[in-house]
Design a binder for this molecule. Structure first.
Ligand code: ADP
Length: 512
């Protein structure tokens, strides 16, 4: 027993705090991982945006290079007279952003332009030619091998942006440079919109080397922006992509975080509630175990007392020393009375055991409740007379019959009268009356009564009231529990009311 208590204490004082701490740690870890997940989510958004920026930049490079290759496959450096004529045939379709193609003889001093093919002849071409020879050639790194490689120059003169593609070709010991002049405004106005049609609700723009937007909307209000320079062609410019709409993402993340927190909080509450239930159940179990051990002690005592009385008076009679007839009759009465008490106690215990195991079977039949009560009062007659208790049985009114288990109800009424004689000797009155939908048996005494806080409790099994006036009355604590069970089996209830002017009234109702 002591071992068990120690184990229970260990459970309460060691295990429970450990479980609570474990739950808290778990909650903490879950919160942290939720935050980490969010960071990862943000990271993946950054990665996705970067990927998008790269893809946007690569699209332009690929388009320009495709056009360059188309020019390269159609211009012939050996045919000066017909230079670029084949290219011009398909230029509008295949190379929409190319304005003109120039052929520069690099071997000749002064690097002069020796042939020109232009989609729009005019003074512009001459201006570009001069610009090319005077400024651009020096930027083109024409002396750096490999010479035949396609290269690009992205530069600006007088606030205007230029993009040229160029490569060198050797012919009969001379080096030629083919210069392809891309129309930058056209790239911006025609090519960009077709390349970036999927503008993702204004998430992309292009800015120049000074940060000025040359194409697309301002992204300043759209949260964080990732930029990537064009790698090969318009390499002084940058394509910018705003991260998946900052606020939308924040709202979604916030909502999910709240949900996760609520879930984690709820689970913790459930665990803590479960723990409280376990602790309360353990405490109740402990209380019941204590009550049970009291019950065993009480019942043993209850059995022992009448048994010793029976034995003592039998021995007296047996010894033949009792000469007085009156005394002999008195002793015999005590023996019979105590045997009755023993029998009813044993019956109570056996019935209670059946109830506890759920084996109590009731046998209902049509019978008169008044007769049952009269019989029960009769059974207690002898003891009442001996103990000097006045019994009063109001003649039961004509209640008719009800479906009842006669034996069970008799036991219940005997228990109530027995209690009245035990706890409130002097006067007990028993009555039966009709109430709405029920028949009530009322057993009233003029004893000490029951404290309001105990009125419900005393119907629980093994529960015994506090001794009144320091007088300990014998009992087992199962009588009223049995009464309650019997009443409920009859579709009724059992309760106690304060008596007038004092004492208590125990009521057992059965459904009528
Ligand atoms: P027991 O009488 O064996 O203790 P019961 O279940 O019959 O067990 O009663 C439970 C408790 O209710 C008693 O211990 C007693 O304190 C209280 N009780 C029952 N009947 C009366 C009564 N008529 N007057 C005062 N107290 C009572």
């Amino acid at each position: 027993m002591a071992d068990q208590t120690r184990r229970e204490r260990l459970l309460t004082f060691l295990l429970l705090p450990i479980i609570v701490v474990a739950v808290l740690v778990l909650t903490g870890v879950m919160f942290r991982s939720s935050f980490q997940l969010e960071k990862l989510r943000e990271q993946s958004v950054v990665e996705a945006t970067l990927l998008l920026a790269n893809e946007k930049a690569d699209r332009l490079d690929k388009n320009i290079i495709d056009q360059d290759n188309a020019v390269r496959s159609t211009v012939d450096v050996t045919d000066r007279a017909g230079f670029g004529s084949r290219w011009l045939e398909t230029a509008a379709i295949q190379t929409p952003t190319v304005r003109a193609v120039f052929l520069v003889d690099l071997t000749a001093p002064g690097h002069d332009v020796v042939a020109v093919a232009s989609r729009a002849p005019g003074p512009e071409n001459e201006r570009f030619r001069r610009l090319c020879v005077e400024f651009m050639l020096s930027e083109m790194k024409i002396d750096v091998p490999p010479y035949d490689q396609l290269r690009h120059l992205h530069t600006a003169y007088r606030g205007q942006s230029y993009l040229v593609s160029h490569w060198q070709t050797e012919h009969r010991g001379r080096r030629y440079l083919t210069v392809v002049w891309h129309d930058v405004p056209r790239i911006v106005h025609d090519l960009f919109p077709t390349l970036y049609t999927d503008l993702q609700q204004g998430r992309v723009n292009v800015s120049d080397q000074d940060g000025r937007i040359v194409f697309g909307p301002s992204l300043a209000r759209r949260g964080p922006v990732l930029g990537r320079q064009f790698e090969t062609t318009l390499y002084k410019w940058t394509v910018n992509v705003s991260m998946a709409s900052g606020e939308e993402l924040a709202v979604a993340v916030q909502r999910r975080r709240v949900l996760e927190m609520v879930l984690v909080g709820l689970s913790s509450l459930v665990v803590i509630f479960g723990l409280i239930v376990i602790v309360v159940a353990a405490a109740q179990e402990r209380r019941l175990a204590n009550l049970k051990s009291d019950f065993v002690a009480n019942v043993s005592h209850e059995l022992k007392t009448p048994l010793s009385l029976v034995r003592m008076f039998s021995e007296l009679l047996q010894s033949g020393r009792v000469e007085n007839d009156e005394k002999r009759r008195q002793y015999l009465q005590i023996i019979v009375g105590e045997s009755d008490r023993l029998a009813s106690l044993i019956e109570n215990v056996l019935d209670f055991a059946k109830v506890e195991r759920g084996r109590q079977a009731y046998h209902f039949a049509e019978a008169s409740l008044g007769d049952v009560v009269t019989r029960a009062v009769d059974v207690c007659r002898l003891r009442a007379e001996r103990e000097g208790t006045e019994r009063e049985l109001e003649p039961p009114p004509a209640l008719g019959s009800a479906r009842i288990d006669e034996r069970a109800l008799e036991i219940a009424v005997i228990n109530l009268i027995d209690n009245a004689m035990k706890y409130a000797p002097g006067h007990v009155s028993v009555s039966v009356r009709r109430a709405p939908g029920a028949l009530e048996i009322r057993v009233a005494d003029r004893g000490p009564g029951i404290a309001p806080e105990d009125r419900k409790r005393i119907f629980e099994r093994f529960v015994r009231g506090k001794p009144t006036e320091g007088k300990q009355v014998r009992g087992s604590g199962i009588g009223l529990a049995l009464v309650k069970h019997i009443a409920e089996a009859h579709g009724g209830k059992a309760w106690v009311e304060p008596g007038t002017p004092k004492g208590s009234v125990f009521v057992l109702s059965v459904k009528s």
